[in-house]
Design a protein around this ligand. Sequence first.
Ligand code: PLP
Length: 372
Amino acid sequence: MDFIDLKAQQALIRVHIEDNINRVLDHGKYIMGPEVRELEDLLSDFIGVKHCIGVSSGTDALLVAMMALGIGSGDEVITTPFTFIATGEMIVLLGAKPVFVDIDPKTYNIDPGAIEAAITPKTKAIMPVSLYGQCAEFDAINQIANAHGIPVIEDGAQSFGAEYSGRQSCALSAIGCTSFFPSKPLGGYGDSGACFTDDDELAQAIREIRVHGQDRRYHHPRIGLNARMDTMQAAILLAKMQLFPEEVKSRSAIGQRYTEMILTARDQSGLDASALVPPYIEAYNTSVYAQYTVLVENRNKVLESLKQQGIPTAVHYPVPLHKQPVFTDQMPQLPVATQLSERVMSLPMHPYLQAEEQNTIVDVLINAVCSD
Ligand SMILES: *Cc1c(COP(=O)(O)O)cnc(C)c1O
């Protein structure tokens, strides 16, 4: 069993992927070829925003978005500590300071109630992460941000395809950023990512920053970098987009099936509700379950049991960013993130996961939790 099976999807569209790759080999425009713009147009329609700008990775999408907003030395960006390193890392790379605030104990996304108190005159952005595939609380976050005139950047690296009150992830704030790393909900066969915005000026800035701050050939009004998306990745993603809308539905259904199975099995085994907690998805949200992540009490033992039964698992994330050595200059007390980081574990999850496989996984999981 694979933690994420990328082969089942490939088997369905292999010919289409090969056709698209061959087209790139034929025209030879490996950098900023026509497929990049074609993908940008397709994705901006899909997300329902005016501009999509393809970039070299999800990490670079965050970097370029913050550069477009002029974030730099001495600035502060409010974000969540319960995320992948890139979120906090890019803030520091620009000379700014990540201000970590605690997370909601149900959704594990940034707690909007903790944001206001963290705002200072230096705050230049709020950067929520839509963790595990469920959007953060954007209405509440945007309300606070608007009251203070601060832009919001969504780190939607795990939530591409998810809906928040009927709107798409990456269309919920000034700039939405995502990643097309192979294991993300929409994944290529290499690194790439994208920024989304409705703002013409921000879109222009992002496009310029993506190519060395250039507005026309060899003319550079600003500092940028090489953050271009490869034509080859765009070609592969164009093929994958044929399946993606169906995969979004499958992901959501498979996640819900996991939750039903876990709740039924938990009740039947007489376990306490706190012994095994499935993900909580708000009624107005759909999750794409980039990770299907549960809470257990004795994680190391449970992980070991699953490993022995041939079921791959992962921990997202064992150390919250405010506890990472690289950020130790500011060590706020963030009890929710700290406690959750000791209890979370992710189960195999992908759009082609079969009900029988899920049954096996849940059986083994329940036994492991019971014998703990
Ligand atoms: C994967 C991920 C990123 C980074 O994306 P890359 O394409 O790997 O650079 C950033 N933030 C979060 C929350 C992620 O999960």
